[in-house]
Each structure stands twice: as structure tokens, then as C-alpha cells.
Design a protein around this ligand. Sequence first.
Ligand SMILES: C[S@@+](CC[C@H](N)C(=O)[O-])C[C@H]1O[C@@H](n2cnc3c(N)ncnc32)[C@H](O)[C@@H]1O
Length: 174
Amino acid sequence: MNRKEVISSIRSIKHRCEIPIMLRAVGVKNICEVGVDQGANLKLLATADPKYLVGVDVWLNGIPKKVRKFVKNSKCKIRLLHMYSKKAHKYFGNEFFDYIYIDANHKEKFVAQDIKMWWPKVKKGGIFAGHDFTTINYGVKRAVRAFVKNNKLVEFFHVVSGDSAKSWIALKRI
Ligand SMILES: C[S@@+](CC[C@H](N)C(=O)[O-])C[C@H]1O[C@@H](n2cnc3c(N)ncnc32)[C@H](O)[C@@H]1O
């Protein structure tokens, strides 16, 4: 896919559940979700058919059984990092992931911190996204807006609806 096609594919997304269709079409290999909880979105991301899928979550009450079961039976290689985001990002080199989805702590300070830590881990030309771009979770909106405004490497920005809240999507310049 050329850049115009990638942008048009992102622009055509209307709902979060369509993101994996786009990721598959673009041909992503390495995917990471920061904030997994019960694995609803991790399951969706697995349908993008990645080579390597990483799920990061602090899971204060332990990894949920259904997440463990899903990982065990999944066709794609999934690695769960049971730890805080600020520790997990150190496991990866810069520009390792084709796609990263941020959905952990929604306070502005933590979203800004996650963006700062994980944006360098997105490949040039890759896709960075996250959940809860809503007025209620104002912290997310403020942190993401500041990131987009001050970052010349964001080539294209798009917002899509979801079951509970909107997701934001930013394309990194090549
Ligand atoms: C909204 S839930 C994630 C939902 C999931 N992305 C989905 O859509 O199915 C947020 C998760 O982030 C985790 N979390 C919160 N702060 C975190 C942090 N600093 N590092 C890692 N995980 C964190 C919580 O344990 C929780 O499970």
C-alpha cells in the first residue's frame, strides 16, 4: 500500500472494531496494546494476523483467566507483560512496532507519559492510537491534542467511534 492508500484506509474507519481490518490490509507485523484488562481489544487485534502481539497491563489482581486462555489458544505469537507501562516500554527498541494502542491510565499526566514512552517505539510510517478520546476522559483528549499539535512526525490524525468511547489514530511520517 502506498501512503495515500494507507491514509484513505485509516480515514475509512468508522468504528474501533474496523481497525484490525485496516491493520491487516496495511500488513502490520508487530502490534502492542498498553492496557489490556479482560482482553476484548487484544482479541480484536489478533484478527489483524500479526507476527507478534504484545499486551502490557499491570493487572493488579493478576492476569484474568480468560486472557491466559486466549493467549494459550491463539494462532499468533502473543506475549503478555504483567507490569507497569513505564517498565514494559524498556523491553523494546525504538521503531519496533507497526502499531501501538494506548489504553492504560486515562489521567492526562499518564497519557502524556505513555505517549512520550511509546511513540518512539512506533516505526516510521507506523500507526499510533488509543482509546477514550472523549470529553469525560478529558485527560486523554488534552494529552493527545498536545501531542498532535507539537509533533511534526504526525502525518495524519483521525478519530473513530467505538462501543464505549472514541479512539484516536495517528500516522507516523516515514
Ligand atoms: C480501560 S482498561 C483496558 C481495556 C482494553 N484496552 C480494551 O479495550 O479491551 C485499562 C487497563 O489499563 C491497566 N493500567 C492502568 N494503568 C496502567 C499502567 N500505568 N501500566 C500498565 N497498565 C495499566 C489497568 O490495569 C486496566 O486493566
